[in-house]
Design a protein around this ligand. Sequence first.
Ligand code: SF4
Length: 391
Amino acid sequence: MIDQPYASAYELGPIRPPSESTSLLVRVTRNCPWNTCAFCSVYKGRRFEKRSVSDIKAEIDLIARTAAALRERFSVGPEEGLDSSCALEILRSLAASTAEKHTAMWLQRGAKHVFLQDADSLVIPPRKIVEILEHLRRRFPQVSRVTSYARSRTLVARSEKQLREMKDAGLTRIHIGLESGSDRVLKMVSKGCRFDHHVEGGRRAVEVGFEVCCYVMPGLGGRALSREHVEKTAEAISKIAPGHLRLRTLWIDPGSPLRRMADDGLFEPLEEHEVVQEIRDMLLSIKSGASVNTRVVSDHDRNLLLDVEGALPGDLGELVAVCDRFLTLDPDERDGFVAGRRAGLVSGLGRYLTLDPVEKDRLVELAKELKAAGGGSLVKGMMDGLRRRSI
Ligand code: SF4
């Protein structure tokens, strides 16, 4: 998580998608215009604000000047990046500004990608987005990818013509937080969108020619709505046919409204193996046409299995096999992996399976303790137990 006071000359929002780790971050708005999703605590307590286009353009100019100065200082040409030793020198310097540090990292990573922050940049008037994109292109003609989060309701509010103008001005990829296709799940977590918004907004973005990344949240239906969550999410993905399907397993943050619902017995979280079963069922339920190539990506640490990666429909068998490898473990061994992975003690299932038996037993015992603390539920035991133990 990046945190930066607003007063800085170059302003950074708190998050970006993991796939934007090489991107220059350009903050178009502050926080989230919706900000009521029960599972999300990122922007809670922070007010949504639109930034002025002149401020945003001034920051883009600042980055352009900083990039030119860094290239001159390290004697690299206008098209060249910084090597890692030069970038490290800036990052370690106590005197370097946020703009210098961020620009040094961006140059070292190729300076090809830009991400517009925060939660729903396309909510500002389309002509302003176009003005920002055109300015970016003038200052950084080498940039090949400009991306943004967009709520599906915002996409529905944009005409095809407006989206096409943004695409023509340089926006290439849109990240949509779908979370679920089930109207009941979406209502339960106050997502502010329905199945129809997701499909209409997502389809429009695909048809205009954007690369579309849809994020879905296995586990979000809890026990009561699990089946419907799987079926309707798979249906939404089948209809949108996005280029990327990104998995973001539900993780109930302390202080989030969903945590209060869970504490009050209004939401029963699934155990981790049930969530993996949901992922397996969802992948099997997606109807990909032969011409569709949706890449499934598990690129967030909240996912238990980080190797559920491949393209649909071609790699479906392999994706299901990754889930089955975990699901068919002995239940105690499975719990031991879950506890070890969530405590940050093992990186993946392959590593866990090759652990020394003594170490593995230790994790199985840890899982049993957590499960007992959670009244027979490992996931409930982990919600507090792992934090208290500071493992
Ligand atoms: S729209 Fe996104 S950023 Fe805003 S509250 Fe919902 S999940 Fe969080």
